[in-house]
Design a binder for this molecule. Structure first.
Ligand code: FPP
Ligand code: MG
Length: 318
């Protein structure tokens, strides 16, 4: 696990459980061969397990099934990133060489499959069809999201509704599952399960928008690829006059200047603020004051990230 000081504070109430999740992750990544899989999974922020643990009120580390489920969710996420890096031909992942870049695509596909299989096996240990249903449905939606993102035409990538559809499927759906599984494990009623799912939706959407803003201005590549057509670019197009055209041979600095001049970051970060506010209102509907407080802080962490991005985007050359 790798978290900044702010997130470490937010995680304090669930720390014993998160530590157990780390142990479980390592245990379940054990493989007979000499392959450094654990190193690749070690650096995550664990946002999805934390979502589940907060919702489940799993504070002590003795909530065995919740720990196993949180582990499974992180393993699915990790496997999806291994496959995503193949799809994106990525060179780096979390300051390490990406698995595909270091070992080639064949090894990386299989490493992703291995991690994914471990995730399903962990979930299956609970022998609970409702849990399996939520878990597998979100996997299907994630795959659809990544699939859609790959096949989307350039003109459609410039449309805001397609952007939301893709980020819902590839990112927010797993947050929906994480919050819902925590609520299911606790035995909350149907109405509260729906609130939990919507909290996950809001968290995931806000998170991905902020991440996309961060990526666009911190990216060191000079080429524009389709992946860089995200909400700040779409927002800048909406704010600009109708005649403006953007294209993939524009150059990254030029694209950033366009986004900056047309307040694309403000547009995107305002939307993320909307999702954060919506999520916090939903959190207030939950039955337990401790969960309300903890999840309120979890959303505040996203808001802090949002403000940091906004502060950093003060000039087009950043
Ligand atoms: C990162 O997107 C990718 C995802 C959030 C989802 C990836 C999903 C799949 C590959 C399909 C599901 C696969 C399995 C094995 C469950 P990004 O490229 O925008 O983010 P990045 O900057 O972190 O790479
Ligand atoms: Mg990627």
């Amino acid at each position: 696990m790798k978290v900044d000081e702010k997130l470490a504070q937010v995680y304090e109430p669930i720390l014993p459980s998160l530590e157990k999740v780390e142990e479980e992750i390592l245990k379940r990544l054990t493989i007979d061969y000499d392959f450094p899989l654990k190193k690749y999974i070690a650096m995550g922020k664990r946002l999805r397990p934390a979502s589940l643990l907060f919702m489940a009120r799993a504070y002590s580390g003795f909530e065995r099934d919740a720990i196993v489920l949180a582990t499974a969710i992180e393993l699915v996420h990790a496997s999806s990133l291994i496959h995503d890096d193949i799809v994106d031909e990525a060179q780096y992942r979390r300051d390490n060489l990406a698995l595909n870049y270091r070992f080639g695509n064949s090894v990386a596909v299989l490493a992703g499959d291995f991690v994914f299989s471990r995730a399903i096996m962990a979930t299956n240990e609970l022998r609970n069809p409702d849990i399996m249903d939520v878990f597998l449905s979100s996997v299907l939606v994630m795959v659809e999201g990544e699939f859609l993102e790959e096949i989307l035409k350039f003109e459609d990538r410039l449309k805001e509704d397609f952007y939301y559809k893709v980020i819902y499927k590839k990112t927010a759906s797993l947050f929906e599952a994480s919050f819902t599984l925590g609520a299911l494990w606790r035995g909350l009623d149907k109405e509260m399960l729906d609130v939990a799912r919507k909290i996950g939706y809001s968290f995931g959407m806000a998170y991905q928008i902020i991440d996309d803003c961060e990526d666009l201005f911190s990216d060191t590549d000079s080429d524009i690829d389709l992946e860089k057509i995200t909400l700040p670019v779409i927002g800048a197009l909406i704010n600009s006059d109708d005649h403006v055209k953007i294209s993939l041979d524009m150059g990254l600095d030029e694209l950033r200047k366009f986004v900056f001049d047309n307040k694309g970051y403000d547009y995107a970060l305002k939307k993320s603020r909307f999702f954060i506010e919506t999520g916090k209102k939903l959190v207030d509907k939950l039955p337990d004051p401790d969960v309300i407080e903890n999840l309120g802080k979890f959303f505040d962490y996203l808001d802090y990230k949002r403000e940091k991005v906004l502060e950093n985007v003060t000039s087009p050359s950043v």
